[in-house]
Design a protein around this ligand. Sequence first.
Ligand code: BTN
Length: 265
Amino acid sequence: MNTNPVANRVIEKCGSTNDLARTLGEANHPHGTWISARLQEKGRGRLGREWCSMEGNLFLSMVIRLEKTELWSWIPLAAAVGVARSLRKEFQAIDVRIKWPNDLWLEGAKLGGILCESVGGRKGSFILVGLGLNCATAPDDLDQKTASLTGELSSPAGPIHADRVRLKIIESWLHVFGELSQQGSEFIATEYERLAVLRPGVEIEWGSEATSTQGVGGTGTVLGLGERGELCVRLKQGGETHLFAEDVKLRRISASPEATCESPL
Ligand code: BTN
């Protein structure tokens, strides 16, 4: 029996769409190949967490092939930019933002998350980008506030379902990854900073179990993005550190300067 997933399809159920996308990538499917499921039974989140996958929400993974490996560290940020741009265009009434490194945020609550995984093999290396987006339902989470598109936008047509946004997000991802590959990181950096919650001047705290370049947690003030897409922070006790997408856990955001998105998408 052929159990290989079919590329560029929405399927009913799977363990994790990132696992199916990995199978597609390993079978040499090209850049931009995607797979989505209506339900996931073993959804994974960042830092080894589970991703609670509820019906009506979006679970989508894409194979990203980018020749310039020096741009790979920008992929998680580009993925978040693609989703935020797409949602802001579709639902102009809501202020979707990006919380470091690539959470989708709505009014201080988590609307979605992105898990990027790199795969290296004999047939070439690629990155999997997996998005979980709370369209219909916001799962309960003890650690943080959660939001859903349906909860935020009262729609007379009923709940907002994953089907409404899936293709638009795929299109937006193809656009931002195309820009990254052709123009380099500048476009992504500019867009990210425009949409970011953690702007220069914001005070942050990160956990001691997460490692930074200095190997410990700490507190400091955001300076901005570094040349690899890392978050540059001025430490409270003096000096600077650079935090990387894969190993940072933020605990607190305070003294957030008033931030508005000036340019409409
Ligand atoms: C996070 O922890 O914020 C990232 C969550 C990423 C979840 C998505 S759902 C689609 C894809 N498949 C998975 O198993 N995880 C990602």
